[in-house]
Design a protein around this ligand. Structure first.
Ligand code: GDP
Ligand code: MN
Length: 382
C-alpha cells in the first residue's frame, strides 16, 4: 500500500526527522487558507498522487503569496499525473535549497535484508543518476537483528556531506528513517530530496513510504491511511469483492482459482506467445457472485482481447464457476471471446450448464491457453 506524501511526512515527523510544517487542501480556496495559516509568504504546492516524478509533470510549484497559491492549486487540482487524478494538494513553506540528496531504505530480496541507498545527487533526476552514473549511489546492508548501526549511518552520511555538522545531522536522520521504516512495516521509505539549506540545516522535503500489504493487520493505524480514490479503480473494486487482482499490460484476461495456478497460467500464456492482462485469483470457495465480479473487472479493461478461465475444481466447485459465467452474461454483455478450461469437482455439471447456453468447456490447460492467446492475437490484428 502506498502512502501519500503528507501521510509519510507525518510518520517521519513523528520519528523525529526535521520536516517543514504543511497542510493539505482539496479546493483552491482551502489552499489559500492553508497558505495563510502557514504564514510563510512563499509556499510550495504539491500534487498528492501515488506517482513519482510529480515535479517533472508540473505537479510541484512554488507560489509567492496565498493568492498565487490559490491559483496554482487550481491548476494542479484535477490534473492527471501518470493516469492518476490529483484530488489533494499539500502546501508547505518553500524551503531554500543549497543541495539535494537522496536517502532511502528498501527490503532487498537478493540479500534478504533492508538495504540503504544514498546519493549526494538527489532530486528529480535520481533515476537518471542510477542509470547513467551508478557510482554516485552508495549502499549499506542492514542486519535486521541490530538495525542500522551508528557507524553505518555515519559512513553513509559522509557520502552525502563532507562537513561533520551536516553529516551528523544526516546520520541521525538515517537512524530515524530506519525506525520509521520498521515501525510502519514498510517495504520502502525514502526522502528525495533531503536538502541542505543555505544555513546548513538538513531537512526532508519529500517523503515516500510503501507499506507491505501483509503488514497491515499488525498496523491498523497505517491501514486506516488507505485512500481508495488514489488507487487503480479496478484494484479497489477487486479488493472490495475479495478478489486478488493485479492489473498488467497484456491482453489475455485471466480468471483463475488459487495463486499458484494463476501464476502457472500466466507463465503458460507467455510460453505460448501471449501477454496476460492481469493476475486474478478468485480464491478457494468461489461462489457465482465472485465470478460475476471478476468478469466485470476484467471486461472493464479495454486492453483485454480474450478472456481465459482456468479452474481446477477442488474446494472450488466447477458448477459454481459455470453458474457465475452464465449469470454474468445475463447481467451485462461480455463482448470479448471467452475460453473456459475447467476440471475437477462437479466438472460434469459445469459442462452441462455451459452447454445449455451454447458455451463450451475444455479440460486441457495447454489447449485452452493456446486458444485464448490465438483469439487475443486475432482480435489485435483485426
Ligand atoms: P517529486 O518530483 O514527485 O519527487 O516531488 P518533490 O517533492 O521531490 O519535488 C520535486 C522538486 O521540486 C525537488 O527536487 C525540488 O527541487 C523542488 N522543490 C520541492 N519542494 C521545494 C521547496 O520547498 N523549495 C524549493 N526551492 N524547491 C522545492
Ligand atoms: Mn521527490
Amino acid at each position: 500500500m502506498n502512502l501519500h506524501e503528507y501521510q509519510a511526512r507525518e510518520l517521519l515527523r513523528r520519528a523525529g526527522i526535521p520536516v517543514p510544517p504543511d497542510g493539505v487542501a482539496t479546493t483552491p480556496r482551502e489552499a489559500k487558507q492553508v497558505a495563510e495559516r502557514l504564514g510563510a509568504g512563499k509556499v510550495v504546492v504539491k500534487a498528492q498522487v501515488h506517482a513519482g516524478g510529480r515535479g517533472k509533470a508540473g505537479g510541484v510549484k512554488l507560489a509567492d503569496s496565498p493568492e498565487e497559491a490559490e491559483r496554482t492549486a487550481a491548476k494542479i487540482l484535477g490534473m492527471k499525473i501518470k493516469g492518476l487524478t490529483v484530488h489533494t494538494v499539500l502546501l508547505a513553506p518553500a524551503a531554500e535549497i543549497a543541495s539535494e540528496a537522496y536517502v532511502g531504505v528498501i527490503v532487498d530480496r537478493a540479500s534478504q535484508s533492508p538495504v540503504f541507498m544514498v546519493s549526494p545527487a538527489g532530486g528529480i533526476d535520481i533515476e537518471e543518476v542510477a542509470a547513467t552514473t551508478p557510482e554516485k549511489i552508495f549502499r549499506a546492508r542492514v542486519d535486521a537483528r541490530y538495525g542500522l548501526l551508528p557507524h553505518q549511518a555515519l559512513g553513509l552520511a559522509f557520502r552525502l556531506y563532507h562537513d561533520v555538522g551536516p553529516a551528523r545531522q544526516a546520520a541521525d536522520i538515517l537512524q530515524k528513517l530506519y525506525r520509521a521504516f520498521v515501525d510502519a512495516g514498510a517495504s520502502l521509505a525514502e526522502i528525495n530530496p533531503l536538502v541542505r539549506t543555505p544555513r546548513g540545516e538538513i531537512v526532508a522535503l519529500d517523503a515516500k513510504i510503501v507499506v507491505d500489504d501483509s503488514e497491515l493487520d499488525r498496523h491498523p493505524e497505517i491501514a486506516a491511511l488507505r485512500d481508495p480514490t488514489a488507487e487503480e479503480p479496478s484494484e479497489v473494486q477487486a479488493r472490495e469483492a475479495n478478489l486478488t487482482y493485479i492489473r498488467l499490460e497484456g491482453d489475455v484476461g485471466c480468471v483463475v482459482n488459487g495463486a499458484g495456478l494463476a501464476m502457472a497460467t500466466m507463465d503458460l500464456v507467455k510460453y505460448y506467445g501471449g501477454e496476460p492482462a492481469n493476475f486474478l485469483d478468485i480464491g478457494g470457495s468461489s461462489n457465482p457472485e465472485k465470478v460475476v465480479n471478476a468478469l466485470k473487472i476484467i471486461t472493464a479493461d479495454q486492453d483485454v482481447k480474450a478472456i481465459l478461465f482456468n479452474i481446477f475444481g477442488g474446494i472450488t466447485r466447477c458448477d459454481d464457476v459455470a453458474n457465475g459465467i452464465v449469470a454474468a452474461t445475463r447481467q451485462f454483455t461480455v463482448d470479448r471471446p471467452i475460453v473456459i478450461r475447467l476440471t475437477g469437482t462437479n466438472e460434469q455439471e459445469a459442462v452441462e450448464i455451459l452447454n445449455g447456453v451454447g458455451m463450451k468447456a475444455l479440460t486441457d490447460m495447454d489447449e485452452a491457453v493456446k486458444q485464448a492467446v490465438g483469439l487475443a492475437k486475432g482480435a489485435a490484428a483485426a
